[in-house]
Design a protein. Structure first.
Length: 240
């Protein structure tokens, strides 16, 4: 019997509760109080600000970008550049929209109780992020697997969780772990495995300037860390 999950109404820190449609019994889905998952210093403020406050935020970013362009030696009044500061401010807000997203809202009732304990994998999910060291992009693919322990997650939600964390200032190592930990907290499965392979523009456009190089990271939790055979099964399936 499948169970739906919903967010209880009321305070912003209301827990995510799953309800068994047959018995009426409920079960908690443990995540952090606000559902923001690893929030940074200004995450709550950004998420709760009004449209007017968001506009002021973008104007502040645009003013800073205009200063940068001027410092680069360009003409900030030139036709092709005069609107660039605000365009970039809007783009940057989109690139980092993961700060505003709540795991509770993202799940949207897609956690279900199912009597299955076979491996679930969604692989080759495209991700795009910004390196927090140089604010240049890195992009690649993430593969996610877990072994249920009575609960399953809607498949698209695995991709949405990866997207939420990728749309922040990141390093690939932390991104990999955050995806795995979030799924572990929501489902409490037997184990979670996440691998990411990305090309980093900070290694291509600057620094060592090595196009074609890629970085691979992994995070193994639960049975994937404990069992060599389980880990190898996941890695073999995601390599194909």
């Amino acid at each position: 019997m499948s169970d739906a999950v919903e967010t209880t109404q009321g305070a912003s820190n209301s827990p995510l509760i799953g309800t068994n449609s047959a018995t009426g019994e409920s079960f908690p889905v443990e995540i952090d109080d606000l559902g923001l998952s690893f929030p940074s210093k200004g995450t709550v403020q950004r998420r709760q600000e009004t449209a007017e406050q968001q506009q002021k935020r973008m104007e502040k970013i645009a003013a800073a970008v205009e200063t940068i362009i001027d410092c680069l030696g360009e003409d900030t009044e030139r036709e092709g550049i005069v609107k660039t500061p605000m365009r970039y401010a809007k783009a940057l807000m989109f690139f980092t929209k993961g700060y505003e997203q709540s795991l509770k809202d993202l799940l949207n009732g897609a956690v279900f109780e199912e009597d299955t304990d076979e491996m679930v994998i969604v692989k080759n999910i495209d991700i795009f992020s910004l390196c927090e060291h140089h604010l240049v992009p890195f992009a690649g693919k993430v593969s996610i697997g877990y072994i249920p322990n009575g609960r399953v997650l809607g498949l698209s939600k695995l991709a949405r969780i990866a997207e939420m964390f990728a749309r922040r200032l990141q390093v690939q190592e932390r991104l990999t772990k955050q995806i795995a930990v979030a799924i572990q907290e929501v489902l409490q499965p037997q184990g979670v495995a996440v691998t990411i392979e990305c090309e980093h523009m900070c290694m291509v456009m600057r620094g060592v300037e090595k196009p074609g190089s890629s970085t691979v990271t992994s995070c193994m939790l639960g049975v994937f860390r404990q069992s060599h055979r389980t880990r190898e099964e996941f890695l073999n399936l995601t390599r194909k």
